[in-house]
Design a protein around this ligand. Sequence first.
Ligand SMILES: Nc1ncnc2c1ncn2[C@@H]1O[C@H](COP(=O)(O)OP(=O)(O)OP(=O)(O)O)[C@@H](O)[C@H]1O
Length: 373
Amino acid sequence: MEMNGAPQAMNETAAPTVEARFRVQWPGFLLDVDLSLPGRGVTALFGHSGSGKTTLLRCIAGLERQGQGHLSFKGEVWQDSARNSFVPTHQRPLGYVFQEASLFPHLSVHKNLIYGRKRVGGAHRVSLEQAIDLLGIGHLLDRMPDRLSGGERQRVAIARALATSPRLLLMDEPLAALDLKRKGEILPYLERLHDELEIPVFYVSHSPDEVARLADYVVLLSEGRVVAEGGLQETLARLDLPTAFSEDAGVVIEAVVASHDDNYHLSRLDFPGGNVVVAQRKEPIGHRLRVRVHARDVSLALERATGTSIANLLPATVVEIADADTPAHCLVRLDAGGTPLIARITRRSLDHLGVARGKAMWAQIKAVALLGD
Ligand SMILES: Nc1ncnc2c1ncn2[C@@H]1O[C@H](COP(=O)(O)OP(=O)(O)OP(=O)(O)O)[C@@H](O)[C@H]1O
């Protein structure tokens, strides 16, 4: 199980306000999508390398003119190929953050930020101070870009994109060029953006961890097509998607810190359908957290086990059984009082326990790992 300070809106799927239809043909590749995306929160564009994530983001930015497309943002039409209308990139109110921060090398951090800001003129929805504060770069303003670490450079690039007061923020694997440690440093800032700004973010990633941590809505792409789209929790719990076959298969639960046990250094996190006890958290009672439960860390029992060191037992009903990545295993989707869980168990256990749809069982969450601490 993994957890982090959570974005708040995981289960709220706002009315679709970004309508995107594109058909772009490259030699040997066709992007063909028809999407209705939420106009708030973080939408992850997720898929393997070459699935078309960047091409889709570039289409939304107006950087791909060839091909057919229709794009409307909150009722404003940015592209309608059938009517030959196309709002050029520089007139679209968007910020774009690339894998590698592209700062002007001859300008200080502060001047880089000001430069981006000048471009938009009047309407400033995000103040410069707010952008600096959100990304924690106040102490870096006088530095030149070549004196920044990779993570700091990327934070400046994100602040610069924000300083342009975008109505839509596009991020193309903003953490891809960073090592694990730097990624860990930047993720909390991205979470803050999510929590504190109203700007919708389209976030390209092929990292299940990043998606679990940041996204509210997920678009799964494969070979230029949309394989699935929907709220994060429902989409991760689907057994018919390639995500279910990966090492990282599992669900995300939104929980609330319910109590702390100072004696044993534990905290209890509540969610619809139950609770889990984890190593003590620093967040106050009432704080919302995202909890990631990997399928490989969930086992099943017929009865509530006693005399075991396993603490986290939840009553759950079997909803669906599907193949897993090896013939020896299968995936079982469970409903724990409204919260979906996936267990990866052996076929032998499946038969042995008589696991079947509708059966009431106990799910045991075996391992607890924390993400983002
Ligand atoms: N300008 C272009 N001309 C020709 N082919 C292109 C062009 N841009 C992208 N492609 C091809 O389109 C396909 C999708 O590429 P895209 O970069 O959108 O995928 P991706 O999912 O973002 O991949 P990655 O995760 O590796 O960045 C790839 O096969 C790529 O080679």
